[in-house]
Ligand binder design. Sequence first.
Ligand code: PRP
Length: 237
Amino acid sequence: MTPLRRNRKTEREWSDRVPSSEELVIALPKGRILKEVMPLIRAAGIEPEPAFDDPASRLLQFRTNHPNISIIRVRSFDVATFVAFGAAQLGVAGNDVLLEFDYPEIYAPVDLDIGHCHIAVAQPKELEEDRDPSRWSHIRIATKYPNLTHKFFAEAGIQAECIKLSGAMELAPGLGLCRRIVDLVSTGATLEANGLVEVERILDISSRLVVNRAALKTRSVELNGWIEKFREVVNAA
Ligand code: PRP
């Protein structure tokens, strides 16, 4: 057996655990935001097993220093889904994701004051003459936020036809899929690099601690304890 195979087997053993009713699963978003999330998780006294920081590991669920707590690392949109369906009891999600899904099962009690960015409408620089949204009546938009986008424009009396993409929507105007996009803007570098300019700011974003409402009722002391702990960590930061 090669060392690689042996490692895989070890990882499978870790992840085959059957969730018990006492297990607390925390869903965290992977990608850039995770670097901002982890100092808060650690300040709250939760330390994941070493594989969490090992880029070679293919594990998706990680044990922590608390015997009943594990961490899963998933796409930011999927954090909301895992928490809404009670597969995870706690999580970290941006208000962009929360508004897009609008899951009634999710309670977002703490603004973690991290992951600051915004959602904006952007279009090619060349569309200079058409930068005023108040003059639009019907537009086609590529976005990973079709619900949020549709609602935003409907409130302004503009009919938005949304084309759902999961990433790289900055490509869409240049390839003729649409003239405009609605996407996350952090530094603005991706828009700039792809010849786009921001024309309307839709929503300011930060990350929230999210909790499954049913779990909050049935495990009130435990989950309220963690909510309080994260409040303290944010206030101390
Ligand atoms: C996000 C977003 C933009 C980019 C903006 O993508 O969709 O493409 O970041 O950041 P900037 O303003 O600092 O350039 P992300 O890198 O999260 O990957 P994704 O396309 O897979 O969502």
